[in-house]
Design a protein around this ligand. Sequence first.
Ligand SMILES: [Zn+2]
Length: 123
Amino acid sequence: MTRDGHGDPIPIPCHWVRTAGDEEIMIPGCYGTVVAGPHACTCDVPPSRIERAQALIREMHTHHDRLRERLTTLRVDLNDALAELRAATTERDALRRRLGMIESAHVGSPPTRPTVGGGGKKP
Ligand SMILES: [Zn+2]
C-alpha cells in the first residue's frame, strides 16, 4: 500500500482489471462498490468495456423503439393518403363517366355558343 507524506495510506480508487478470460472485473476502492457493486462507485471511474457496450445496447434499443413508433405513424399517414387517393380516383372516374354521357348526348347537335366570356375569335 502506498502512503502519503504523513504515513497515512493513500486510497486507491476503484479500477478495472481484465482477466485472462478477457472479462473485466472492478477492484473496489470505495464503499459504494464494496456494498452495491460497480454501478454504485463513487470514484468517478469510467465504465468498463462491458458497461459501455451495455449502455450502447440500451441506447440502440431506445433508438429502435423510436424508429418503430415513427414507422407506425408513417403507416397511418400512408393509409390515410391511400384512402384520399382512392376517393379522388373514384370521384375522377365518376366525373369522366358524366362527361362521357354529356358528350354523347350532344353528338350530332349543333354547336352551342358560349354564354359567358365568349372565348372564341370574332369573325
Ligand atoms: Zn469506487
